[in-house]
Design a protein around this ligand. Structure first.
Ligand SMILES: [Fe+2]
Length: 171
């Protein structure tokens, strides 16, 4: 069984202190992204997608330990993250349209910035001069950190609106 050490990272969000628990693997010091109840947006379908998104980030980090690591495998795994992220961001945007969410614009803009960044990472993996392991580490850590921050700073803002429009914990 692997041994883990715990590191506590404190970030300020709107004058509220939220503690992120980051589990670092002693062997390669890579992060594991953990979904906890504080990240719930009170919409079951979206909570499940957020968990899957983080799992894909964790799988990317696991790839770094794999002896079967290849450039092609890295490209496929990053592509999988990009595909899942598109599917997930699209789900939220469909709910924005369905409920006529008033704050959709800045939220979609944040999604688009994420989409652009994942495209940039995919291009980097194709560049043979860059170590693909470094890119995998960078993309997984970027995507996991981005999602956790995005949930707390943006996604949670739509919870009440969605719930008031019939999209709730059971959807
Ligand atoms: Fe979002």
């Amino acid at each position: 069984m692997r041994k883990f050490i715990l590191i506590f990272k404190v970030k300020a969000y709107n004058a509220k202190q939220i503690v992120h628990i980051i589990i670092l693997n002693q062997k390669n010091m890579s992060k594991a992204f953990i979904w906890t109840q504080e990240y719930s947006v009170n919409v079951a379908k979206i909570d499940e997608q957020h968990k899957e998104f983080l799992e894909i980030c964790n799988n990317l980090l696991d790839l770094l330990d794999s002896e079967a690591f290849t450039n092609e495998g890295a490209l496929t795994s990053i592509g999988r993250l990009g595909d899942y992220a598109s599917y997930h961001l699209g789900t939220e945007e469909e709910f924005f349209i369905e409920t006529k969410y008033p704050d959709a614009s800045p939220h979609i803009e944040a999604h688009n910035q994420f989409r652009a960044k994942t495209k940039y990472f995919t291009k980097q993996v194709r560049d043979k001069n860059i170590d693909p392991r470094e890119i995998v580490k960078e993309v997984a850590n970027f995507a996991g950190d981005w999602l956790l921050d995005h949930i707390l700073n943006m996604d949670k803002k739509y919870s009440k609106w969605f719930n008031d429009h019939g999209i709730n914990g059971k959807n």
